[in-house]
Ligand binder design. Structure first.
Ligand SMILES: [Zn+2]
Length: 527
């Protein structure tokens, strides 16, 4: 039987040590059936074989983003874009534009603003937002997702006053008036979210699909999709059932859903179509940008604070234990060294009480580390889930933590040398979803912790597959494996590291099908 799809004239980087490079690949339905020379693979071409001509192009195993908030990304794409905004004035301008486009009285959500980029160098306030749109509730989250600003209408709907008290969060009060300024930190944001009408299933599906479209355009063949609710998961399931998902999805679920696992068919091993229910995602601390990441020593640029642990240790341990005992994989968000230490303590205790081989538990972000923490991560067999693009986007890092601690931020090379498995993601919409930007950031940093292209590529492919228990099926270009490929305009390995971010995604192939093609000509039929 002839192949359903072949890739010819390629520079294929297989990541298979037995056959590191190849010129051509043949696929039958959704599996790779041959990897070899053009003449060998041409023999597989028959009537109806789809030929992808990859002349001057590089083919790599399908790239996977291991930490992405896809539903949120979809809504972000539909909301006023404040990411590139350079001043509070411009925020107001964008809000006015959005309000006139969308009309009505509904909530205006979104944001991803970064006050570090603002000319005013301060947080926006409720009054700034009121001046732009006074008659609709507005809530705009900072780029980190750990702080947001609400206008007066939103604060009123949420019943937030100067007397409101919250646990593990803060309602900032204006210094002169003593009134809430609109800035809400961590759990205080929940007061607002409680008042925002839940999006319909239809709206969730629409946002999800929009995010998926952008993901395959960026060259992704899979995502570890962090969800916040059963509705979000239902939307993914519906799209999967309708055959609309263009890429593979490994679902991260919030701990609240642990109690109704039966309804969710939670299992980290069994895929259903393109979807696999996966890890339980917990939070241990906040973010460095908003100074809510829990550090052992105070912030360099705010000696009064060393951040915020989101759970008392006992509570964190109970959450970890519950998921661990249920046989599930865990992924705990921990950015500061104090949070990482607490997570390590919890994992260590859970593994001591209930030993389990091959748990593949993860720490998300693990930005501020040190040699001792890295050793403990290795000894516990944990996966470091990192976001290389943060090296670039957290340009204020030295201000926050000082030079000494910054040395141990993003210590990718040391982690790898110690034998910790690293996986990479974007944390989109925190930063751009492009995996190539991540590869670029990890390679072009050019310090003692920079990785080479092959090392980074593995974090997006083979290691990513390992993190969802699928390394036997994916992660390399090898006979028998699933046919997921990303085709790039240039050779990652030979271009100047700074040029990696300029490389374009030509074609994305998932399960042997082209789900994105930059040039339709690559899809020409022959035979
Ligand atoms: Zn995240």
């Amino acid at each position: 039987m002839s192949a359903s799809l072949v890739i010819l004239n390629a520079n294929a980087i297989t990541l298979n040590p037995k056959q590191p490079k190849a010129a051509a690949v043949a696929v039958q339905n959704n599996r790779i059936i041959a990897v070899g020379s053009n003449s060998e693979i041409r023999k597989q071409v028959g009537k109806g074989t789809r030929i992808v001509d990859a002349t001057h192009k590089t083919v790599v195993p399908g790239l996977v983003d291991c930490h992405v908030h896809m539903t949120e990304f979809g809504f972000f794409l539909q909301s006023p874009d404040l990411k590139s905004v350079q001043s509070i004035k411009e925020v107001q301008q964008r809000l006015r534009e959005h309000a006139s486009k969308t009309r009505g009285t509904g909530w205006i959500l979104g944001g991803r603003w970064d006050h570090e980029k603002f000319a005013e160098k301060r947080y926006p306030t409720r009054w700034d937002l009121d001046a732009a749109v006074p008659d609709r509730p507005i809530f705009l989250v900072r780029v980190c997702g750990h702080i947001g600003v609400a206008n007066s209408e939103a604060l009123q709907l949420a019943g937030i006053t100067e007397k409101t008290v919250v646990d593990a969060g803060q309602i900032e009060l204006d210094e002169t008036t003593g009134q809430p300024s609109g800035i809400l930190e961590e759990n205080a944001m929940q007061l607002i979210w409680d008042k925002v009408p839940r999006p319909s299933l239809e709206a969730l599906e629409e946002a999800s699909l929009l995010a998926c479209t952008k993901a395959v355009e960026a060259g992704l063949t899979g995502v570890h999709w962090i969800t916040e609710s059963t509705d979000e998961i239902q939307a993914i399931m519906n799209l999967n059932f309708e055959g609309k998902l263009p890429l593979r999805v490994y679902v991260g679920v919030p701990p609240e859903l642990l109690d109704n696992r039966a309804n969710l068919h939670l299992s980290t091993r069994a895929p259903n179509g393109k979807v696999k229910m996966g890890f339980v995602k917990l939070f241990a601390d906040g973010s460095l940008g908003s100074r809510t990441a829990a550090l052992k020593e105070p912030y360099t640029d705010d000696p009064s604070s060393n951040g915020l642990l989101l759970h008392p240790q006992k509570e964190l341990y109970q959450l970890v234990l519950k998921a661990h005992k249920a046989g599930l994989q865990l992924a705990v968000h921990a950015i500061g060294d104090r949070a990482v230490e607490r997570v390590l303590d919890s994992y260590e205790e859970a593994l001591k009480q209930f030993p389990r081989k091959d748990h593949r538990h993860r720490i998300e972000h693990c930005i501020i580390l040190n040699p001792e923490l890295i050793k403990r991560m290795k000894n516990l067999g944990l996966i470091a889930s990192v976001q290389p693009h943060f090296i670039v986007s957290d340009f204020w890092l030295v201000d926050r933590v000082g030079k000494e601690r910054a040395r141990w931020a993003f210590p990718f090379k040391t982690l790898m040398k110690e034998g910790v498995v690293i996986i990479s993601g974007s944390d989109c919409p925190v930063v751009n979803i492009s995996p190539l930007l991540g590869v670029w950031a990890a390679v072009a940093r050019r310090d003692s912790e920079s990785l080479n292209v092959e090392e980074v590529l593995k974090t997006y492919t083979l290691n990513a597959a390992y993190a969802d228990f699928d390394e036997a099926e994916r992660g390399t270009i090898e006979v028998g494996k699933l046919a997921d490929f990303t085709i790039l305009s240039d050779d990652l390995f030979s271009v100047d590291p700074d040029m990696i971010k300029k490389i374009k995604v030509e074609t994305t192939i998932v399960d042997g099908k082209i789900v994105y093609s930059h040039q339709e000509s690559t899809g020409a039929r022959e035979g």
